[in-house]
Design a protein around this ligand. Structure first.
Ligand code: ASP
Ligand code: MG
Length: 395
């Protein structure tokens, strides 16, 4: 019998009624003759609420204790969903990440899955049960509870699908698939029927929230197709998988990210830069768009999964004095598509639109898939709309 992994996001399990609706969908999949593994997120805004509670207690919660706290959200929804299924006569059992064999490294609040040993999941499937797994969490080799970074339930779903050799991995959320931009920001954004792993990974790494970037990376590595759908009876889906390269130079979408910080450290040479990176690494800080120019190391940090950034910024100032600078409240916009930088046209248009908006550009970077602008403003939405109108071709 084929295994199907279905993941339901926070809004899909936001209250008792929605949980019962999800149970019905699972029942239908099971009735169609599949073994079903379900991965759930925390109900509604539970994770944000738990984070808020922690910050009412202390400005600097330890990452370990945050993981103990945040992992509770998914335990609530998994147990309620198992109860809903049992109530309608379908045998179901819920497991934490640890019980499901999700083994991670020990990077608290942003851990990476290193291995999946889903023996108990497989046993219960063989007993005819639906298995509900708490998303977004795992256990380290030191037996510490870890979480996978915000949006990490997607990663749990893809990792389980790979380990169980599932036929499909279906990700249900409040939007019906992957759009050319966030439809809440760009009402004219259109759904992509299909998208290649590489393009999806670039969109997700540039801030598109519809799928978690680590999850897509995992799916690409293991060749797991992802079906992104809405859980709210809205038709349509996007299939993310290996596709033959499409016509190069076509923009697939515009993504954006908020809550970024820029860090710059004056360095004398490469050895000096390496020492600074070692210092940051030892404090659990990592970044992207790392640049080492004459005399300066700089990079960008997404603050979402860095709950103790204030402490790190203070330590940086103490350790490096005036050689270190931190700039916060930044955002970024990215134009994504394979081969879009083969000529300068897209970059030229992007810069022209940014200039017309008066967007304060801190830096510009490109890869063969992407143009990214780092902006000294917290809200990138206006520029996202401008770029979408001009650069995203109609279907
Ligand atoms: N509940 C977690 C979050 O809000 C994980 C997830 O939703 O995937 O980030
Ligand atoms: Mg959530």
């Amino acid at each position: 019998m084929a295994i199907i992994v279905q993941k339901f996001g926070g809004s899909s399990v936001a209250n008792a009624g929605r949980i019962r609706a999800v149970a019905e969908r699972i029942a239908a999949t099971r009735a169609a003759g599949h073994q079903v593994v379900v991965v759930v997120s925390a109900m509604g805004d539970t994770t944000d609420e738990l984070l808020g509670l922690a910050h009412q207690i202390t400005a600097n919660p330890s990452r370990r204790e945050l993981d103990m706290l945040l992992s509770v959200g998914e335990r609530i929804s998994m147990a309620l969903l198992a109860m809903a299924l049992n109530d309608s006569g379908i045998p179901a059992v819920s497991f934490t990440g640890s019980q499901s064999g999700i083994i991670t490294n020990d990077a608290h609040t942003n851990a990476r899955i290193v291995e999946v040993r889903p023996f108990r999941v497989q046993d219960e499937l063989d007993r005819g049960k639906v298995v509900i797994v708490a998303g977004y969490q795992g256990v380290s080799y030191r037996r510490e509870v870890t979480t996978l970074g915000r949006g990490g339930s997607d990663t749990t779903a893809v990792a389980l699908a790979a380990a169980l050799d599932a036929e499909a991995c279906e990700i249900y959320s409040d939007v019906a698939g992957v759009f050319t931009a966030d439809p809440r920001v760009v009402p004219d954004a259109r759904r992509l029927d299909e998208i290649a792993f590489e393009e999806m990974q670039e969109l997700a790494e540039s801030g598109a929230r519809v799928l978690n970037a680590h999850a897509v990376e995992f799916a690409k590595e293991k060749g797991i197709a992802i079906f992104a759908r809405s859980s709210m009876n809205e038709a349509g889906e996007t299939i993310v998988r290996r596709f033959p390269p499409r016509a190069p130079g076509r923009v697939v979408g515009i993504a954006s990210e908020r809550n970024l910080a820029w860090i710059g450290v004056d360095v004398r040479d490469a050895a000096d830069a390496a020492a600074a990176l070692g210092w940051l690494d030892a404090r659990g800080l990592s970044g992207k768009q790392v640049q080492i120019d004459t005399g300066r190391l700089s990079f960008v940090v997404g603050l979402e999964n860095v709950p103790d950034f204030d402490a790190t910024a203070r330590a940086l100032q103490e350790g490096f004095g005036s050689a270190a600078r931190v700039q916060r409240d930044l955002s970024a916009v990215s134009v994504v598509g394979a081969g879009i930088n083969a000529a300068f046209g897209h970059l030229e248009t992007t810069l022209r639109l940014a200039a017309r908006r008066g967007a304060p550009i801190l830096s510009t970077s490109t890869s063969s898939f992407r143009i990214s602008l780092l902006l000294a403003q917290p809200d990138p939405d206006d520029l996202v709309r401008d770029l979408h109108v001009t650069l995203v071709p109609p279907a």
